[in-house]
Design a protein around this ligand. Structure first.
Ligand code: HEC
Ligand code: HEC
Length: 233
């Protein structure tokens, strides 16, 4: 093939600015700090770790209905702004070293909470509370969790370990409490109202089993680890 023909093909494939159909750069591109569409912000920054809708990820889905009913707005906002230290949850606001403006954080918080549906009848547990009694928590685990996570929490037929150092070492006390309340329905972990046949877990049971989970957080030498700072609501 001679050079002129080759060049012709290169132009044909690459396209040129004067050719019809090429989008103007200015129409497509906007600086990241100007993005104001909730879905674009959520999909670009959160979906990979939290999922939503049909997307299941490693961490709690931000459209989990029970979660939206219990999480206080300021806890949601604080976690998004400042991240959760000692865990994989990064800080997003520019003032905390992230990439999002305060306006964008606000758009995310508003957009997440907008998916809240009418709260189910019956009282909901408080989002945060002091951990309860570890010994009682062990019995609660047997009654409400062991059928899936195994008698000692190290994994069973239906679900994996919730006591492994690799998991607990990277998970805050509040997140454990959050999961005890809201579950991971996207993965098959029921919420507090659907674990014990015929009744919901009580506030005391929730606090006790959270304390038991936390008490399993140890380093590789079997010594208890200082827990990562929980998010303050
Ligand atoms: C790299 C993964 C990752 C990304 C990206 C991420 N998160 Fe998280 N997020 C986590 C993890 C892990 C936790 C649980 C941390 C813990 O143990 O407290 C978490 C926790 C949270 C919590 C607190 C949950 C609770 O217990 O109430 C909120 C709220 C949250 N994330 C919101 C967001 C939002 C909004 C975005 C996007 C702007 C986002 N996250 C992006 C990993 C991520
Ligand atoms: C019907 C089965 C079932 C029951 C009952 C159950 N779980 Fe789960 N749980 C799961 C499944 C499935 C997962 C997904 C991960 C896996 O397969 O291990 C999970 C995940 C979890 C996680 C990790 C969630 C995350 O985002 O990091 C925690 C913590 C947890 N469960 C705690 C509990 C506790 C505490 C109880 C009892 C109060 C309980 N589960 C009861 C099935 C169950």
């Amino acid at each position: 093939m001679n050079r002129a023909i080759l060049l012709f093909y290169v132009f044909l494939v690459a396209g040129c600015d004067w050719m019809p159909g090429k989008p103007k750069l200015s129409a497509k591109w906007q600086p990241p700090t100007a993005v104001s569409d909730f879905t674009a912000l959520y999909n670009g920054n959160c979906l990979g770790c939290h999922g939503a809708g049909a997307v299941v990820s490693g961490s709690i889905a931000m459209d989990n209905p029970t979660y939206l009913s219990v999480v206080p707005r300021n806890a949601l906002r604080r976690a998004t702004e400042k991240g959760i230290s000692g865990t994989a949850m990064p800080a997003f606001s520019i003032s905390s070293g992230g990439t999002l403006t305060d306006t964008q954080v606000e758009i995310l918080v508003n957009g997440i909470l907008a998916k809240k549906t009418t709260t189910a009848a019956g009282s909901l547990p408080a989002y945060s509370a002091a951990p309860g009694d570890i010994t009682r928590g062990n019995s609660v685990f047997s009654a409400a969790c062991a059928s899936c996570h195994g008698a000692d929490g190290a994994g069973g037929d239906k679900a994996g370990s919730v006591v492994s150092p690799a998991y607990l070492g990277l998970t805050s006390d509040q997140y454990l409490r959050t999961i005890v309340i809201v579950g991971r329905p996207d993965l098959g972990c029921p919420d507090f109202a659907n674990r014990i046949p015929g009744r919901a877990m009580t506030d005391e049971e929730i606090a006790d089993v959270t304390a038991w989970l936390v008490s399993n957080r140890k380093n590789e030498f079997g010594q208890p680890l200082v827990p990562p700072a929980p998010s303050q609501p």
